[in-house]
Design a protein around this ligand. Sequence first.
Ligand code: NAD
Length: 512
Amino acid sequence: MAIQSIGHFIGGSAVAGAAGGRTAPVYNPATGEQTGAVALASADEVRSVIANAAEAQAAWGATPPLRRARVMFRFKDLIEQNHDRLAECITREHGKTFSDAKGEVIRGLEVVEFACGIPHLIKGEYSPSVGTGVDSHSMYQPVGVCAGITPFNFPVMVPLWMAPVALACGNSFILKPSEKDPSAGLLLAELLREAGLPDGVFNVVNGDKEAVDTLLTDPRVGAISFVGSTPIAQYIYETGAAHGKRVQALGGAKNHAVVMPDADMEQTVDALMGAAYGSAGERCMAISVAVPVGEETADRLVAGLRARLETLTVGDGMGSPEPEMGPLVTAEHRDKVAGYLDIGVAEGAELVVDGRQGQYPGSAAGGAGAAGGFFIGGSLFDHVRPGMRIHAEEIFGPVLSVVRATDFEEALTIVNEHEFGNGTAIFTRDGDAARSFSERVAAGMVGVNVPIPVPMAFHSFGGWKNSRFGVLHAHGPDAVRFYTQMKTMTVRWPGGGVREGGAGSAFVMPTM
Ligand code: NAD
């Protein structure tokens, strides 16, 4: 199979990587074949993209918000028309099932829809007569050049958490996608150009640490949005802030679901199967720890999950019939996840279901080390205790750990003492327990009988503790604040009556 060269998108055109420049391999995780070689931009290449974006921003920032919104409306239409194409692009490089990839596109589309309302969102505030003849109003102006550095697990949705709002606010944007699945970002750039976005306002620069460090330190970049693992999020936050930028950096997670004795067990098992094993567990909102309250609840939960895992289908995400779970993104990541199964057994947890035992299409005999696709089945640990590495660390694969608690207070303590606080959920029929949990749990996004409580696009998304660095969350109202700077005017007009033929008579409605 021919290996495709994957370059950048700069100044309104697809651009090849520099001759002789560094590249990284891109794989189809379902077959294990290398399908692409992505260019890794040098610092000089990134600096020239920044110059381009800075130049384009001046005119775009001065474009009336209503016209910027119209580009977003056209972009929304184009995403809908290219829904399958975008989803296929995701599945071919990430591995998640086609249905899951289609769902990802929808979640990104919703942020574009939110950004279509930008004239309303940046209306500002107004206070008449703050003094005699004095009025005060605020306006929200663009930051300038903004950059987004995104993870492999949502190659369409996460860039769309950032770029639509940043662009609609009048900024230019440089996307640095994950080098593991870079093609979707380039497709989004083509659609934005087709939607009428002026050249240079949205750019994609592929690369690794060298590209990221250039974005973090160049004084022409005003804001950095990052989504990825916690150590890198912290590095991005500290380095960007030290270079005078506003930074929002969303990091890793270990999301707990508390299961109360009165929960509807069938619904809970169903919800946890989707939340733990959907997208092969490669979701920052995946439930990776279940905390059943009471031994009987735990026994019923483990029995239900074990039965469902026995029939979980795993295969090529583009396959027909479609499997429930695809492969992991790379062989290294699959091996890392498999390694955690050994770690958990050595720590004394009970490996109830071992995902290495399955027979998967594309693998010789199934199992972690087999040739072919990067497959591993769903795994389940019971009798996991806080302090074990499989509980403390983010595995980011299809592994669910059961940590048994004796009562609600112990369950809440287990969740709250964890270093991460992205999402969490409680399954119960008891309103008091649900309310107490919602109020006292230390996490940014909380579900009651909802396993993956991802806020809608018109709310904001973000965790607590080591799951987020910086103040403002992603998309929704927080994003409008993040991608704009507020200017507050205090205006005094001396009294004395209205002069005939004043400036007001010259006002003309803008034509669209
Ligand atoms: P990652 O941190 O390895 O990479 C994210 C981005 O940072 C990529 O673009 C990568 O090129 C860049 N990067 C990697 N190492 C770097 C370095 N040393 N210096 C500068 N840049 C570097 O994350 P990933 O493996 O692509 O994604 C999975 C992680 O993302 C998981 O930890 C997951 O929980 C997290 N995630 C979090 C959220 C959230 O909303 N909190 C959402 C999605 C994913």
